[in-house]
Design a protein around this ligand. Structure first.
Ligand SMILES: Cc1cc2nc3c(=O)[nH]c(=O)nc-3n(C[C@H](O)[C@H](O)[C@H](O)COP(=O)(O)OP(=O)(O)OC[C@H]3O[C@@H](n4cnc5c(N)ncnc54)[C@H](O)[C@@H]3O)c2cc1C
Length: 265
């Protein structure tokens, strides 16, 4: 009999909406300590069932084919055996409908490698950190905050999160709790489709940057003073990048360090 590739067990599944969830798992063996903001791959065999809330696809993968995709880790970097991910279901996708069909105790695969350059290690300790996300692009920032909020008392840290409706704001209560308890942390959700009961920000993230949301809380848009992190929708990444490049920001890479850090989903 073929040996199963599975090496982890589902320990938690919180459906924020029918298509958005926090998924927790425990790997059989611990992973090496990673940097908050990095990602790993997770996977399921093609033979696993799809969620009832997905689109039936004509798939011609053998049932023992392991479907894998990368996901940013949302848990703190000292948790090397218990991992959390923030995942949206692509109804016609290959992996996410199977992930949404998992239940507590289900087995799955988690890569041994944890990689990526989207982390805080090369950001000078005296620079403010602005974390901009759409949708599940919030995941690496949850790891940043859970891992490092206590180390950054002398700078300002900001989360700007764009979503459709209030119920799409995963981690809202955790971020509001941090905002309430840390004077140097600011949480700004901005919604595109909320009704009149929503009293917070509305519209596109770029508009808030242009309207000096950051300057109003004492955060200067200057690469020597503030590092920006962008994660999520390519259109948001493109337009915020354009805005920041006009203000002398350079996209960070291993070869060319810069104050603009990007992860596209
Ligand atoms: C570094 C990295 C980190 C990532 N982290 C996360 C994360 O934390 N959470 C998360 O939910 N996803 C994350 N992703 C995306 C993830 O890897 C998958 O691409 C996504 O979950 C779709 O997988 P799938 O197998 O269901 O769909 P696929 O079968 O791979 O895709 C089906 C189709 O849907 C499109 N598609 C892919 N993603 C989306 C989307 N979000 N909305 C609409 N259409 C889409 C694809 O372009 C493709 O055409 C990350 C990607 C990268 C590269």
């Amino acid at each position: 009999m073929e040996k199963s590739p599975y090496n982890a067990t589902v320990t938690g599944k919180i459906l924020i909406t029918p298509d958005l969830m926090v998924l927790r798992m425990k790997t059989d063996e611990p992973r090496i300590k990673f940097r908050a903001g990095q990602y790993t791959s997770i996977g399921l065999l093609a033979g696993e069932g799809r969620s009832p809330n997905s689109v039936i696809q004509a798939e011609n993968m053998p049932s023992d084919y392991l479907i894998t995709r990368p996901y940013s880790i949302a848990s703190a970097n000292h948790e090397t055996q218990n991992f959390e991910f923030y995942i949206s279901q692509v109804k016609s996708g290959s992996l996410t409908p199977r992930l949404f069909n998992l239940t507590l105790g289900s087995r799955m695969w988690v890569d041994k490698k944890i990689i990526g350059i989207f982390h805080l290690n090369e950001t000078p300790p005296d620079c403010n950190i602005v974390m901009i996300a759409t949708g599940t692009g919030l995941a690496p920032y949850i790891s940043f905050l859970r891992s490092h909020i206590k180390d950054h008392k002398d700078i300002k840290m900001v989360v700007l999160h764009g979503a459709g409706y209030p119920w799409d704001l995963g981690y809202r209560s955790e971020l509001e709790f941090i905002d309430f308890n840390f004077d140097n942390f600011f949480y700004f959700p901005t919604l595109l489709k909320a009704d009149e009961s929503w009293t917070g920000l509305r519209g596109y993230i770029e508009e808030h940057l242009k309207n000096k949301l950051l300057e109003d809380i004492g955060v200067e848009i200057n690469p020597l003073k503030t590092h920006f992190y962008l994660c999520g929708n390519p259109k948001m990444v493109e337009s915020v990048t354009e805005f920041l490049e006009k203000r002398n920001y350079i996209i960070h890479s291993k070869k060319h360090p810069g104050a603009l850090h990007i992860e596209e989903y």
